[in-house]
Design a protein around this ligand. Structure first.
Ligand code: CP
Length: 320
């Protein structure tokens, strides 16, 4: 059985196959309308979410499956002290696949170890957020027609932003990638990520001012300051508006640079930027549905053939 805890759980060629299926879903949605008929998705969200939960549920519903779960742990037996392991063992009796978000790093790994169904990590603390990364890669691939040979700027909270950590790991596997990290000193990229880049010999630079480097970027990945992971409110208030991307700053960017953001946005991108054709963050949300549909099919071993017929693989073999 396959799970996804980090983007590295799938090889580059497996991810390429998932993106090909996602592109086919975008072009031929009707072909997939019954692909998950009779299948059930459980969403176990111990932390707030709008996009990830609704996008994962939409993915299953778009394919004729059904969904169950909780979006507030207090409404489940977690509030009585039930462990993640016991919860997922129970859910394994009800559902065919589970999507979990939890505030603690490693929670998805605990779930995977106890689970009898595939587990999708929808974010574990400040650690990883692989389905967001698949969404980001799919968006970049669709907009730039490649995933190699580009300069990616990541700006904002690079310390706590789990989408940042997942994206760097995933993009590091493609040739010709250069990273530019833009953050205040307090929110610098963690040492373990820097060590990984050093080990792999992947070039990176660190800056504090966005204006100084925006003109060199092919992709600008903006992030919000993660209030929920700060130890004190004073630090959050001091740092929360450190970056605000405005039309004026966008004038310095290349014409073919795209702005991505995992969302939710707070203040870090001014709404005046939304009408700029290079602002791709809402298109990114749409790609998230296609890529999660493709991922669910892969984890359930379902292949949709060209004529719309369905083949189910067993034994954890991906139908890619
Ligand atoms: N990008 C993302 O994870 O958004 P939500 O927190 O709304 O799921």
């Amino acid at each position: 059985m396959r799970h996804i805890l980090t983007p590295l759980d799938f090889s580059v060629s497996e991810l390429d196959a998932i993106f090909d299926i996602a592109a086919d879903i975008e072009a031929n949605p009707k072909k997939y309308a019954d692909a998950c008929h009779g299948k059930k998705l459980a969403t176990l969200f111990y932390e707030p979410s709008t996009r990830t939960r609704l996008s994962t549920e939409t993915a299953m519903l778009n394919m004729g499956g059904s969904v169950m779960g909780f979006s507030d742990a207090n409404s489940s037996s977690v509030s009585k002290g039930e462990s993640i392991a016991d919860t997922i063992r129970t859910v394994s009796c009800f559902a065919d696949i589970a999507a979990i978000r939890h505030p603690k790093e490693g929670a998805a790994m605990v779930a995977k170890q106890a689970s009898r169904i595939p587990v999708i990590n929808c974010g574990d603390g400040g650690h990883q957020h692989p389905t967001q990364t698949l969404t980001d890669l799919m968006t970049i691939r669709s907009l730039k027609k490649r995933l190699n040979n580009m300069t990616i700027g990541l700006c904002g909270d690079l310390k706590f932003g789990r989408t940042v950590h997942s994206l760097i790991e995933a993009m590091s596997r493609y040739p010709g990638i250069r990273f530019i990290f833009i953050s205040p000193n307090e929110l610098r990229i963690p040492d373990y990520v820097i060590d990984m880049l050093d080990e792999k010999g992947i070039p990176y630079e660190e800056y504090i001012r966005l204006d100084d480097v925006i003109g060199r970027l092919d992709i600008l990945y903006m992030t919000r300051v993660q209030r929920e992971r700060f130890f004190n409110e004073e630090d959050y208030i001091r740092l929360k508006d450190f970056y605000i991307l405005t039309r004026k700053i966008m004038r310095r960017a290349k014409n073919d640079m795209f702005v991505l953001h995992p969302l939710p946005r707070v203040n870090e991108i001014s709404v005046e930027v939304d009408s700029d054709p290079r602002a791709a963050y809402f298109r990114q949300v749409q790609y998230g549905v296609y890529v999660r549909m493709a991922l669910i099919l892969a984890l359930l071993g379902i292949k949709v053939n060209d004529d719309g017929s369905i083949t189910e693989e067993g034994g954890g073999k991906l139908p890619l």
